[in-house]
Design a protein around this ligand. Structure first.
Ligand SMILES: Nc1ncnc2c1ncn2[C@@H]1O[C@H](COP(=O)(O)OP(=O)(O)OP(=O)(O)O)[C@@H](O)[C@H]1O
Ligand SMILES: [Mg+2]
Length: 278
């Protein structure tokens, strides 16, 4: 859907709703972490990370297994709330509003910052109901509006042509690549601003992967995408910005993707990218 307006980005509930457009950050930054730490019990998984993620661009997060990529991604829409032992310190802003403030409603936040996981996880429901799910949760039940929104999201996820004749079929009966595009349709249906993707193509074959990559490139017309990937070529092909995390949850370098891959400042980044470790 092409109607992302920053003017009504409301992520709080209750009487004192805060319009997140009342911000004092540069316009192009949509998500900002400042001195962010994440602990699981006593173990630190993210170490003092500060980063500004630009609007309507693809930002790739790369780094060796266990360096905190998924943990960082989950901070952005507070999915870590669901992990009992996880504790977040420092600040994480969405349009200048700290998402860990007491008045932020995580459910409203996740409507603005959707997520797609490594393994396609459609609900055991029809294709239509998968995509309509988030809208119905928001109380939208007008049949005509839902039909339109479902079609728009499926078109946005480059799946409409393959499924429009069988919207009542189960989402689980689609191929893996189609299931992942269904999950992307489900994520974009509530009209988020940011889509977080945690290795969205790593369970797919090369053809399905290339379809997802084409789709991600198209999504940046309307959305900000933050993607975790283990695939360097994919990061280089797809992203505008690349953040390199290394063991211990440290953000070692964040810059334009071409700079990171052609001329990184940090020797450890060069070693990682050239396959010396990781
Ligand atoms: N639910 C959890 N409980 C306790 N520790 C966790 C939990 N999730 C992650 N960790 C730990 O936090 C660290 C970072 O994990 P995370 O999953 O964020 O890494 P990652 O970079 O996404 O790795 P991978 O590339 O393998 O997916 C690891 O040491 C991991 O063991
Ligand atoms: Mg991970």
């Amino acid at each position: 859907m092409a109607t992302n307006t920053n003017d009504d980005t409301i992520i709080t509930t209750g009487v004192q709703q805060i319009n997140t457009n009342e911000r004092n950050r540069p316009d192009e930054t949509v998500v900002e972490a400042s001195d962010l730490d994440v602990y699981y019990g006593h173990d630190r998984a993210i170490d003092d990370v500060s980063i500004e993620i630009p609007e309507k661009k693809v930002t790739a997060i790369i780094g060796p297994s266990g360096c905190g990529k998924s943990t960082f991604l989950r901070c952005i829409n507070r999915m870590n709330d669901q992990i009992d032992v996880a504790r977040v310190e420092g600040d994480l802003y969405f349009h200048g509003k700290n998402v860990y403030d007491d008045d932020v409603d995580p459910v409203a936040l996740r409507r603005k910052i959707g997520m797609v996981f490594q393994k396609p996880n459609p609900f055991p429901k029809s294709i239509y109901d998968n995509v309509a799910y988030g809208l119905r949760v928001q109380g939208k039940d007008d049949e005509v509006d839902l039909d339109e929104a479902v079609e728009r999201a499926l078109r946005g996820a480059a799946l409409w042509d393959e499924v429009n004749a069988k919207l009542d079929a189960s989402g689980l009966d689609l191929s893996g690549g189609q299931q992942q595009r269904l999950c992307i349709a489900r994520a974009i249906a509530p009209d988020p601003e940011v889509i977080l993707m945690d290795e969205p193509a790593s369970a797919l074959d090369p053809i399905a992967t290339s379809k997802i990559e084409d789709l991600i490139a198209d999504l940046t017309q309307d959305y900000t995408v933050v993607i975790v990937t283990h695939n360097m070529q994919q990061a280089a092909r797809l992203s505008d910005k690349t953040a390199v995390f290394l063991t211990g949850g440290e953000l070692v370098e964040f810059d334009d993707t071409t700079k990171i891959f052609e001329n990184p400042n940090d020797q450890r980044v060069e070693d990682y990218i050239t396959g010396k470790f990781g």
